[in-house]
Design a protein around this ligand. Structure first.
Ligand code: BES
Ligand code: MN
Ligand code: ZN
Length: 508
């Protein structure tokens, strides 16, 4: 876990030392405090803006080192376009942009003045909390294995460790503080998910992952770990088949949060694929890029991060998180192509490719979730197919569902948070592609529509009309492109999406 900056909120008051960050809208139109600073410096701020052709455009900035007469070591003016157009996600990204401009050279403490140029006293409680969350997420870096001190200013280690305190001045700091309590819980959940995804597989196997899940009991969740013996007893032969080649025994962790009490009814179930490393098994993957398969547990990481958040912010919802934890290895005891295996549901599966292992894990965990909890709905997350990268790249996760309302709700939560999902079809003809000659189904559907046939496979383990959605996060859950709110390999995708989904559609 990387060190994060402590954020606090305060009433606006003049800042006469250190680093000060202010906002400017299009023009540039400086914020109220910006105008005061410009005046105090004899117009130095606007002169600098003119010189550098700074116009307050979004994602541009004006950096003034040791500005005349102000006592500051640095005045950073951030362009924001028009704040009246900002929704939650824009405030979040603004926080990310600001944090991205602050380096260790600035010293430990920075003050940010958050105000609307035209209405400086308007309360920005939730907005300030979103900005704070943005700085928290951008400040993250996974550097626990870097043993040498950073040598240049771009190094994330120095960046993350040296900015210790950020004070956000805003009109209503009490409201901001209240709003940030929940946002902070969310940030912790995202960072927990990132840490799990970034962690290498020699350190984080099924057992260690389960131990991370168990820690959530400290937040009031009920956590149950099922070991291999228990999984055998449950009849989880599909999940167990995946782990057979590994020296590390398979596990399942079940995390229950009863935030709505018994009156809250059946829980929402969130299921995650937790393949701690995916070699492909006997159908082994090529060497190039195989190291990325340490991230094949990003679905499970999201579930743990989400359950942390729900517990930490005391969400008024009943939710259960379930993760199947296995390592997919080739060995003398590994499942072979052509093998026929059973599953908890009773259905038989012909394993034609041992690299299509995620669906085998999820088949049993999905079944267990329904048998045990009769959930209101199930959402699963899995780094399931390379084909989803071909279809959607890294911008959208694939969404597959048997329920239009559930799909729309997830899509809306995706747009609101920037963790976007795009629905792809399911259908009988796709289902035909996984018919087997020797068993009830086979675990691959051929070259075309690979993400869809994988989802069809999962749907065979969904009972009657349980509203179900599957998110294929192979493109969005790992090896992430750098963004305003994330520069880490593991982005923690899905935590913000599902936290919002639950807050909007299941909490009163
Ligand atoms: N974990 C992989 C999918 C994956 C690929 C995740 C790239 C992240 C990045 C999954 O287990 C897998 O190997 N899927 C196969 C399925 C195929 C054998 C039908 C794939 O996508 O090639
Ligand atoms: Mn695989
Ligand atoms: Zn996999």
């Amino acid at each position: 876990m990387s060190k994060t900056t402590t954020v606090s909120f305060a009433k606006p008051s003049p800042v006469k030392q250190g680093v000060l960050v202010i906002l400017a809208e299009r023009g540039p139109v400086l914020s109220t405090s910006g105008k005061a600073l410009d005046k105090a410096s004899g117009g130095a701020v606007m002169r600098a803006a003119k010189q550098r052709e700074f116009k307050g455009k979004k994602k541009t900035s004006l950096d003034i080192l040791v500005p005349e007469k102000l006592g500051l070591s640095r005045l950073l003016v951030i362009g924001v376009d028009q704040l009246k157009d900002y929704a939650g996600k824009d405030w979040l990204e603004l926080g990310g942009v600001i944090r991205g401009k602050l380096s260790g050279r600035d010293g430990p403490a920075v003050t940010l003045v958050l105000e609307r140029p035209k209405k400086p006293r308007e309360s920005v409680g939730e907005e300030a909390a979103q900005v704070a969350l943005g700085t928290m997420l951008r400040g993250y870096s996974f550097d626990k294995y870097k043993t040498k001190a950073a040598k240049n200013k771009n190094d994330s280690v120095k960046n993350a460790t040296l900015l210790r305190r950020l004070t956000i001045q805003c009109a209503n700091p009490a409201a901001a503080r209240r709003a940030f309590a929940a946002r902070k819980a969310l940030g912790e959940g995202v960072i927990l998910a990132r840490d799990l995804v970034n962690e290498p597989a020699n350190v984080l196997g099924p057992k260690e992952f389960a131990a991370q899940a168990r820690k959530l009991s400290g937040l009031g969740l009920k956590v149950q770990i099922h070991d291999e013996k228990a999984l055998k007893k449950l009849g989880m032969d599909a999940l167990l088949a995946v782990g057979e080649g590994s020296a590390k025994p398979a596990m399942m962790a079940v995390m229950t949060w009863q935030g709505a009490g018994t009156g809250g009814g059946k829980p929402v179930a969130i299921v995650g694929k937790g393949v701690t490393f995916d070699t492909g098994g006997i159908s082994i993957k090529p060497a190039a890029g195989m190291g990325d398969m340490k991230g094949d547990m990003a679905g499970a990481a999201c579930v743990v991060g989400l359950m942390h958040t729900l517990g930490a912010r005391k969400a008024k919802v009943n939710a259960v998180g379930l993760i199947g934890l296995v390592e997919n290895m080739p060995s003398g005891t590994a499942v072979r192509p052509g093998d026929v295996i059973g599953s908890m549901s009773g259905q038989s599966i012909e394993v034609l490719n041992t690299d299509a292992e995620g669906r085998l894990v999820l088949a049993d965990v999905l079944w267990y979730a329904q048998e045990k909890f009769k959930p209101k709905c199930i959402v699963d997350l899995a780094t399931l197919t390379g084909a989803i990268l071909v279809a959607l790249g890294k911008e959208y996760a694939g969404l597959f569902s048997n329920n239009d309302e559930l799909s729309e709700n997830l899509s809306r939560a995706g747009e609101a948070t920037g963790e976007k999902v795009w629905r792809l079809p399911l259908g009988a003809k796709y289902d035909d592609m996984i018919k087997s000659d020797v068993a009830d189904m086979k675990n691959i559907g051929g070259r075309y529509g690979g993400s869809i046939t994988a989802a069809q496979f999962l749907q065979r383990f969904i009972q009657n009309d349980t509203p179900w959605a599957h998110l294929d996060i192979a493109g969005t859950g790992m090896a992430a492109p750098k963004r305003d709110v994330n520069t880490s390999w593991g982005p923690g995708f899905g935590v913000r999406l599902l936290d919002r989904f639950i807050a909007d559609y299941f909490e009163k």
